[in-house]
Design a protein around this ligand. Structure first.
Ligand code: PLP
Length: 398
């Protein structure tokens, strides 16, 4: 006999992050249980039959359902204000399943052009190969969205803020245009985290995360999740996941549950440090620009204030001296680590043009605002003053 923890809708996100979704076994354990099992047993053959014809819903196989994974899904549902969710083995599995389950040959997708490299690959290379048309627009420009969405469209896909250029999309305005074109709006909300921006409240239909980033937040495992209406999750997505198998392991679901318990604390601290660092770097003689959504002077500052409750844990800046200067800076860092991961408790810096976005052409990178001098910084949990000292010292080496 298991008992699911009751939660109050009125509780704040910080409280739900600790308690929501937990199912206790007969042993009444405090911490979530890791149900490390691939299958489940039935008392009788009739029970098995009823499980498979869905007349007695229950766990039947961990490719499509597992109690620990379900706890993670239910905790995320409570935070996001979604009706349902399915967890996946990585963020890319979530992005791919969210779209591949929705479209068929002949359908059309409109997407913003400032995207994480692998998201861009799915839209520009994989789906067109299967007869899906993809149209890219500058996500900041509502006129381009309007023109692209003048035709019937199956899905809209976007990232806001984008990786690594921190470009924002007006979620409410684009969702309204998309719905008129008949499109399902899918938002990759990784940079904003579930705490700083709630796309479903702004009109989006589906939200996806790489849980590898802030949700784990400590660089330990891969994971992803897709959230939306019960109709989309159960009727469109679940059959795709059930039969193609991008499933999250119970062990990783448990790590992600533990990550969620500290998400509110980490994001608050990391946002505060990020803004401090952005202010300390702004106007530096060796930098051509510093981007952070809630930094005074950021081109989309007003939009950031309107749709986000904080600027996030990521900032980017461009060295006036291009690639050579960016490499000198990275190599001179003593505290900040060079890594292409993000959302970690350790601060991480990367040079997108030669790592995460290397596959793109110079022109494609320029369109996304990724110049040769751009450095992306994921701000961790170290003391902000130590991070600022490290960055300013490294800038001296440039
Ligand atoms: C990292 C990332 C992904 C992919 O997630 P994985 O867990 O690495 O598969 C997708 N979108 C964005 C914006 C990301 O930063």
């Amino acid at each position: 006999m298991t008992v699911t923890r009751d939660i109050k809708a009125s509780w704040n996100a910080a409280t739900k992050l600790v308690h929501a979704g937990q199912t206790r076994s007969q042993f009444k354990e405090t911490s979530e249980t890791i149900y490390m099992t691939s299958g489940y047993v039935y008392g009788t053959a009739e029970e098995a039959e009823a499980a498979f014809d869905n007349s007695q819903p229950r766990f039947v196989y961990s490719r499509f359902g597992n109690p620990t994974v379900s706890m993670f899904e239910q905790r995320m549902v409570a935070i996001e204000g979604a009706e349902a969710a399915r967890a996946t083995s990585s963020g890319m599995a979530a992005v791919f399943a969210s779209l591949a389950s929705l479209v068929k040959a002949g359908d059309r997708i409109v997407a913003s052009d400032a995207l994480f490299g692998s998201c861009q690959f799915i839209l520009a290379e994989i789906l067109p190969k299967w007869g899906v048309e993809t149209v890219f627009v500058d996500g900041r420009d509502l006129e381009q969205w309007k023109a692209a969405l003048a035709k019937p469209t199956k899905a809209v896909f976007l990232e806001s803020p984008s990786n690594p250029g921190l470009r924002l999309v007006d979620l409410k305005a684009v969702a309204d245009l998309a719905h008129k074109a008949g499109a399902t709006v899918v938002v990759d909300n990784v940079f904003a985290t579930p705490l700083l921006q709630q796309p479903l409240k702004l009109g989006a239909d589906v939200v996806v995360y790489s849980a590898t980033k802030h949700i784990d937040g400590q660089g330990r495992c891969l994971g992803g999740i897709i959230l939306g209406t019960e109709k989309y999750i159960n009727e469109t997505l679940q059959p795709f996941i059930r039969h193609t198998g991008p499933s999250l392991s119970p062990m990783n679901a448990w790590i992600l549950l533990k990550g969620l318990e500290t998400l509110d604390l980490r994001i608050a601290k990391q946002c505060e440090s990020s803004l401090k660092i952005a202010r300390a770097l702004q106007g530096h003689a060796k930098l051509a620009q510093v981007s952070y959504p809630t930094l005074e002077g950021f081109p989309q500052y007003e939009l950031a204030k309107k749709q986000m409750s904080g600027g996030g844990t990521m900032l980017s800046f461009s060295l006036a001296g291009g690639k050579a200067a960016a490499f000198k800076l990275l190599n001179a860092l003593e505290l900040v680590l060079i890594s292409n991961n993000l959302g970690d408790s350790k601060s991480l810096a990367t040079h997108p043009a030669t790592t995460t976005h290397q596959r793109l052409t110079v022109e494609q990178r320029a369109k996304q605002g990724i110049d040769e001098g751009l450095v992306r910084l994921s701000v961790g949990l170290e003391h902000a003053d130590d991070l600022i000292d490290d960055l300013l010292n490294a800038l001296k080496a440039v």
